[in-house]
Design a protein around this ligand. Structure first.
Ligand code: FAD
Ligand code: NAP
Length: 519
């Protein structure tokens, strides 16, 4: 992020795009762009970029780009899709840059791998059949049987990545449709399955490390509004059970949608959003609120520890997306208190900035309004905590949000942890989130300690004061034993996190002993 000139905020950009000004220089005409033509527009004062086959004239956007002009120039005159996906694939560029659309890249014929693959498989099978068919009724019927089996399983050979093999099948009874996805992964769990069924559209995504398998169909008939997702963890089998609305026999499951039955890298899978209802909004501090969103009935989504979701709102006619980290509605003191884990609600603690574009719009949502929530993302792995003996959490402001589920998990499920210490940086006393709950937890659980550090304390403050620094960290983050297995998690404004990581390195902690939460 770079400081933008006054009058160059996202809202200013949205205003400019709505002003009717010709932003492409083509007076609304859309053209076909060749690679040679694209390459000519590679200067700050004339800059075109291609993203996913569409070409944008980003010259007028230069001064509004939050990452700065130089970042944008890295893709000038070229296909910037990979760069864009690395930095912020969640940003809704189609909506933000629609006024800058120049046209599509000119079509370049490419080989169609699926057809080739089918032909190859077909010819391979034909040769096998050539050897076996004396034992079968007819060569054609043998090929058809083998092919129909492959198709029923969703062309499984294509869905093999790194020796992980995913396929699906479905069957029905009078009242139910059961779809079974076989992953053969031993550690399958509910967080790795994201399923949505709205109207007649079914989408089931299975996360397998950094890959994603997707089942996506337009169902043949309507279903009721309460589906079930069952997971056989040990064998990696996932069942999605739909209730038929009418008691009729289905001939097919439905029509496959574009990405149906694909197994690809997670980063290449588009973000999927569903509309969630705002059911409550409660004050946490003078500027921070706890929002409770209810997932639609036919949605199965559990946000894993340390991961965030994206919220999407239409602001002044433009879709705007921002990341937020779901947490628990409170810090459980008694671990039987976890009725909040009903799977139907998502809790978000959000600071409302007085000049914030997104948070102001969020604050204006009324109970009962809807907002789009994406699938989770993030690279934190629970296993990092499971092997630790001492956990340090360094949080600044709302950087506290990922620490909540993490803290709860550490204290309830990690038996080898001897100590958990939260060092919580804020400006003033009344900015501290859940201070009372944190102090209560520290009284209740002797493994947990909390230390508040204020950068703008009043003179009555007797606790620690200052900013994150080498001396402060050397004092607060210490191994209790020389060979202790330590994990240090850090989250806050980007410069806070980056400085923290540098200080920790200076103090001798290795990269493996740290996790920095950054988008
Ligand atoms: P903008 O319109 O972008 O900015 C307006 C003004 O607000 C800025 O000039 C600045 O003064 C202030 N401001 C805006 N953003 C920030 C910022 N990030 N840090 C400091 N000052 C800022 N926020 C939460 O409240 N809760 C969360 O759980 C949460 N989770 C996040 C998870 C990730 C992975 C990331 C990257 C960010 C997270 N954020 C969270 C921050 C959030 O995404 C937005 O940046 C924030 O809500 C401000 O959006 P805005 O559009 O209202 O502000
Ligand atoms: P804030 O109130 O502005 O600041 C909280 C504390 O951090 C204060 O003590 C402040 O001290 C210190 N701080 C701020 N900027 C600093 C810097 N550049 N260097 C060192 N210390 C600094 O914080 P906030 O408004 O709640 O912002 C929280 C941040 O966390 C946001 O940027 C948000 O994007 C981020 N966040 C990230 C994630 C994630 O997963 N990546 C999740 C949630 C939140 P000073 O008095 O010096 O400012």
């Amino acid at each position: 992020q770079v400081p933008l000139k006054p009058g160059r905020s996202l809202m200013d950009w949205i205003r400019l795009t709505k002003s009717g000004k010709d932003l492409t220089g083509l007076k609304g005409r859309l053209i076909e762009v060749t690679e040679d033509e694209l390459a000519k527009h590679n200067k700050k004062e004339d800059c075109w970029i291609c993203i996913r086959g569409f070409v944008y004239n980003v010259t007028p956007y230069m001064e509004y780009h939050p990452g700065g002009e130089d970042e944008l120039m890295k893709a000038a005159g070229t296909d910037g899709t990979d760069l864009f996906d690395q930095v912020h694939r969640w940003v809704n560029y189609e909506s933000m840059l629609k006024g800058c659309l120049v046209g599509r890249m000119a079509f370049k014929p490419i080989a169609a791998p699926k057809v080739q693959f089918l032909l190859f498989t077909f010819s391979l099978l034909s040769s096998v059949v050539g050897l076996l068919y004396p034992f079968c009724c007819s060569k054609t019927s043998f090929i058809l049987i083998v092919f129909s089996k492959l198709l029923a399983l969703g062309l499984p050979l294509e869905n093999r990545v790194n020796n992980v093999f995913v396929c699906y099948d479905w069957f029905q009874t009078d009242g139910l449709i059961t779809i079974v996805i076989y992953t053969k992964q031993k550690d399958m769990n509910a967080e790795l399955v994201i399923a949505d069924c709205q109207d007649k559209r079914l989408r089931g995504e299975i996360i397998l490390d950094d890959h994603s398998y997707l089942l996506e169909v337009d169902l043949e008939h309507a279903v009721q509004e309460d589906f079930a997702v069952n997971i056989a963890e040990k064998v990696g089998k996932v069942e999605i059970i739909l209730k038929k609305r009418d008691n009729i026999h289905w001939k097919v499951l439905g029509q496959p949608l574009e990405s149906h039955n694909t197994f690809i890298r997670r980063v290449d899978r588009g973000l999927f959003y569903r509309k969630c209802k705002l059911v409550s909004k409660a004050e946490v501090t003078h500027d921070t609120k706890l929002f409770c969103l209810m997932l639609p009935k036919n949605t199965h989504l559990q946000v894993p520890i340390g991961q965030h979701v994206y919220l999407k709102q239409v602001i002044a006619g433009t879709e705007v997306v921002k990341p937020y980290t779901p947490l628990l509605p409170f810090l459980p003191l008694d671990f039987k208190e976890l009725s909040c884990h009903d799977g139907a609600h998502i809790y978000l603690m959000i600071k409302i900035y007085s000049c914030g574009l997104f948070t102001q719009a969020l604050d204006h949502l009324q109970i009962g309004d809807y907002i789009s929530v994406s699938n989770p993302e993030g690279n934190f792995k629970k296993s990092q905590v499971q092997t630790s003996e001492e956990l340090f959490l360094l949080a600044a402001g709302t950087g506290f949000t990922p620490m909540v589920k993490l803290l709860n998990f550490a204290l309830t499920e990690v038996s080898c942890l001897r100590t958990v210490k939260l060092i919580f940086f804020n400006k003033k006393e009344d900015d501290v989130l859940w201070r009372n709950q944190l102090e209560q937890l520290a009284l209740k659980d002797e493994r947990f300690e909390v230390q508040f550090v204020l950068s703008e304390p009043t003179k009555n403050w007797v606790g620690k004061q200052g900013k994150i620094s080498l001396s402060l960290l050397s004092e607060c983050v210490k191994r209790s034993r020389k060979d202790s297995k330590v994990l240090i998690c850090i989250c806050g404004p980007t410069p806070f996190t980056e400085q923290g990581v540098e200080y920790l390195k200076d103090l001798g902690y290795s990269q493996e002993e740290m996790h920095a939460f950054i988008a």
